[in-house]
Design a protein around this ligand. Structure first.
Ligand code: PLP
Length: 380
């Protein structure tokens, strides 16, 4: 049985181009970029080349990129570093109720410690933050606002550019978690008026265990991992040279054919949405119908157990998810669907089907054939 991988929002297959860019640094090029010999110089050169490539892909300058080990590290460090560096200016922070746990839990911890006062913005039934709510929440001591580019459970895109504009006018630092969006929709830190931004390679067909953050030149952010002098003293630790090559190549590859890939994935999403809503009764599309990532489709099926749905799909070779990989295995209902007002007292199963550059039309046809029968069987 050929398996079908529809969990690209959790992690993606490494692209061949990314692998080819990594191999020389896994096989022979062993230099530590901080050493003082020719091996090190070659590693340093590769590191800086990749830094420039990542920067160009998001409209940044080379000196504004810091490499990290993942999106969670990027989010933790940027939030903590920005709050720490701006303590004298104020301690009020704004975020939204549908952020990834690496943002929400970091901010809740800082609030518990008394380091910040936190406003968590509500979202509408599609998972969108309202710019009017953002405006109303701003205070004279607001120093930081953090809103994601695209939601990882339902794929909804946030009005990031308008929020960024508001923050820029008021001199408030604006952080965007672009982990799900980067490489899938255009990201230009200038157009979005962003000061701080997080990406993670394994969400766009790069390797796992490597990410990057953008810190706008002049933005006050304290060093987040102390130790050696790597990454201009911001993030100590020997760089993952091979992983960074893979990330830079994967991001470039995604950017090069973004228009085509977006159109292809959008067509597959439309087919999946229309086919499922037509064939399955008591089923609801979650997230915004148009303002969404091209590759994430999510539904709620009434009267079905989430675990049983995923298990039965898996038995038929379909790898899908109930939402966030990070909350998989936990019995907690999704904080995202709850914030969207979709779970109140309902017995229902969320299902996220997330596609990537290796997803084919034939696979979507097969899913459309077996999903209605699977749901019907579970409803007995
Ligand atoms: N932010 C969002 C929106 C995500 O979807 C994820 C992972 O699913 C993360 C952050 C964390 O990224 P990583 O898995 O690289 O730590």
């Amino acid at each position: 049985m050929d398996r079908i991988y529809l969990d690209n929002a959790a992690t993606t297959r490494l692209s061949r181009r990314a692998l080819a860019a990594m191999l020389p640094y896994m096989e022979g090029e062993q230099g530590n970029p901080s050493s003082l010999h020719s091996y090190a110089r070659e590693a340093r050169k590769a590191l800086e080349r990749a830094r420039g490539q990542v920067a160009r892909c998001i409209g940044a300058q080379e000196g504004e990129i810091v490499f990290t080990s993942c999106g969670s590290e990027g989010n933790n460090c940027l939030l903590w570093g920005a709050i720490e560096a701006n303590r004298a200016r104020g301690s009020h922070v704004i975020t939204s109720a549908v952020e990834h746990p690496s943002v929400l839990n970091t901010l809740y911890s800082l609030e518990k410690l008394g380091s910040i006062r936190l406003t968590v913005l509500p979202v509408d039934g599609y998972g969108r933050v309202s710019v009017v709510d953002v405006f109303a929440a701003l205070r004279s001591d607001t120093v930081l606002l953090s809103v994601m580019l695209a939601n990882n459970e339902v794929g909804t895109l946030q009005p990031v550019s308008s929020i960024g504009n508001l923050c820029r006018e008021r001199g408030i630092l604006f952080h965007v978690d672009a982990v799900q969006g980067a490489g899938h929709v255009p990201v230009d830190v200038q157009a979005l008026h962003v000061d701080l931004l997080t990406v993670s390679a394994h969400k766009f067909h790069g390797p796992r265990g490597v990410g990057a953050v953008y810190i706008r030149k002049g933005a006050a952010v304290s060093p987040f991992i102390t130790g050696g002098e790597q990454e201009k003293h911001r993030r100590a630790g020997t760089e993952n040279v091979a992983g960074i090559q893979g990330m830079a190549e994967a991001l470039l590859e995604q950017n090069e054919d973004m228009d085509e890939e977006q159109a292809r994935l959008k067509a597959l999403s439309e087919k999946l949405i229309d086919g499922t809503l037509t064939a399955v009764p008591d089923c609801q599309l979650t997230g915004h119908r148009t303002e969404r990532l091209p590759g994430i489709v999510s539904f709620l099926f009434d009267g079905v157990s989430p675990d049983e749905l995923l298990a039965l799909l898996d038995m038929q070779g379909v790898a899908a998810s109930a939402g966030s990989a990070c909350t998989a295995g936990s019995n907690e209902p999704s904080h995202v669907l709850r914030a969207m007002g979709l779970l109140d007292g309902r017995r229902c199963a969320p299902l996220r089907l997330s596609m990537g550059r290796y997803t084919t039309a034939e696979e979507i046809d097969r899913v459309l054939d077996l999903l209605p029968r699977t749901v019907a069987r579970l409803r007995g």
